[in-house]
Design a protein around this ligand. Structure first.
Ligand SMILES: [Zn+2]
Length: 247
């Protein structure tokens, strides 16, 4: 077995796990929190066109697939909870494992990773040296944010990995200039633009070229090694973020 493989079987899932699945040919991983009963709470970019679940759309305020784009309609998930956003347009939703994983494979994010493990990983978005809180606390945060929303999606500072990291640790940055905690955004680096990167979107590309990251920088930006992060109770997260922005 590959020592560094974080791929898991569904039977190995534990409530409160931070899971991820690779998207777009291993360039981006999508993250969420497994809360049990086959459900994963995750944060998506609400502006990204989603086919949603047309049957639920009238009740849940999703964009349906009838946008006339001629794009192939996605298969409708039989799970009634799937793609449910309690706060319409918040981007925080529940999905079944299948819809979360899509064509990727299910992996478990590693907490309390050693520095060696952290540096040995050639891609971001897989581990942190930070410690996870107990599962009931993790599930409480994820559920709370599902019910109340989680702020604005931002690929470089508030993405799906940031959401899962917060649910697991309750840690948030006090640094106005550097709110992002996800290692995935920190690891995006490139010296030349490829077709694949173009596909990732202009925003990622601009971020990638503006802030090239090295492995050492990655270590210094790891959530568990940063000294600008504090525990923020989930009920206070919204006001905390506002106060940081107004600094
Ligand atoms: Zn589903």
């Amino acid at each position: 077995m590959d020592l560094f493989s974080q791929k898991i079987e569904r039977s190995e899932l534990k409530e409160g796990d931070h899971v991820y699945s690779w998207r777009k040919e291993r360039l981006i991983s999508h993250h969420g929190i497994f809360i049990g009963e086959g459900k994963i709470i995750h944060f998506v970019n609400p502006k990204k066109k989603s086919t949603g679940n047309p049957y639920l759309a009238p009740f849940r305020g999703f964009a349906t697939s009838s946008d006339g784009s001629g794009k192939k309609e996605k298969t409708i998930c039989p799970n009634s909870f799937c793609k449910l956003e309690k706060v319409a347009g918040s981007g925080v939703r529940t999905s079944c494992i299948d819809c979360f994983v899509k064509k990727g494979s299910l992996c478990r994010y590693k907490y309390q990773a050693s520095r060696e493990f952290l540096l040995a990983k050639t891609v971001g978005g897989t581990c942190t040296t930070a410690e996870s809180d107990p599962p009931e606390e993790v599930i409480y945060r994820a559920t709370y944010l599902h019910e109340n929303g989680y702020g604005k999606y931002d690929l470089s500072s508030n993405n799906c990995e940031d959401f899962a990291l917060y649910c697991k640790t309750g840690l948030w940055s006090t640094d106005k200039e550097y709110q992002g905690r996800s290692s995935q955004a920190n690891m995006v680096h490139s010296t030349h633009k490829t077709k694949k990167e173009e596909a990732m979107g202009e925003k990622v590309y601009r971020y990638a070229t503006a802030i090239p990251r090295t492995f050492l920088k990655r270590e210094s930006k790891d959530l568990g090694l940063r000294n600008d992060v504090v525990k923020v109770p989930v009920e206070e997260l919204s006001s905390f973020c506002t106060s940081v922005r107004q600094k």
